[in-house]
Design a protein around this ligand. Sequence first.
Ligand code: PEP
Ligand code: MN
Length: 370
Amino acid sequence: MIIVMKSDILPDSPEVEQVIKMAERYPDVHAEVRKIQGATRVLTEIYLLGSTAQIPQEPFEEFPAVEKTIRIRERYRAIGRHDGAEAFGFTYNGVRFGQDTFHIFPGLCAVDSRQNVETMFRALKDAGIVTTRAGAYKPRTSPYDFQGHGRACLPYLFELAGKYGMKVIAMEITHETQLEEIGEALHAAGNPTGVMLQIGTRNAQNFELLKLVGSQQEFPVLFKRGMGITLDESLNACEYIASGGNNRIILCLRGMKTNFGDPHRNFVDFAHVPVVRRLTRLPVGIDPSHSVGKKSTAPDGLLDIHHVTAQGIIAGANLVLVDFHPKPEEALCDGPQALLLDELELFVRDAELVRNAYLARVALREELGR
Ligand code: PEP
Ligand code: MN
């Protein structure tokens, strides 16, 4: 059961203590207090865990400081919407993320050289963008392919991020040591930027890694949906992260591995944007680059990458992760799907156009009340 306190009630207030005291009078029940940053307000929620089926809701709802109680369904206990819980939201390094926000993360699939990072960041700064992607640790299909520069590139990556005002860099990790390396390098550089830990599709069911990122509070997590598992299995993976104590998670759709999506690299799954928003309290991202995997142009002159991006945004996506590269022909990873820097303006303006159309659709529905 979740007990949602009224908006002015703080986690360490006597009102919260009173509720916990009453809850813990029931056998095998314990309470956890969580601060939730919803779309419009910060809420204190008390999660009652254990044998909660025996607990009636009414006595809790009689407390003046309690707004409502919500029965937790078995599915997605930590990330689920249940019956009316608000979406999670969080602010990280000055950037807010929620089911009501929208951010584009254009950047390098993999860091290859200082020069390319600098050129990329300069272009982002000129475009007023403070969120980016940059892989240092790259899990690759072939052991002979470029595996990322790893720890060696972090000092210049973070230094340049500070120089060009990048606030959040999405970066994949595959192992605990990489988490430590990122923390140390950020610290050594004077914390000039923030890192969002990416869990790649290949690690979507690496439960030890999920528990690791769930048990730390320093970094938020960008979880890439598993390419060969069901949506339910991916949501359970996010549940691993959240149940460890870190609910600063964004679920990112990135396409499914099947030949049915040919000629795209993966079968685009952005129809699941509203599904994830309905089933969970998480913001939802899309990765059009790894979904489409190439720069094919439609007869209207727009790329397939533009079209699938639009499909995700028009359905309410909160984040777009997209590959760019100053010289894709020289990229050490995923060059063929990278957009050029002089294609940044079109991408961003097209995405904003569609985001505004999404907001207009929601407003229209509200106006007509259907
Ligand atoms: C990536 O975003 O760099 C990546 C490898 O994505 P995915 O794990 O979705 O393949
Ligand atoms: Mn890639």
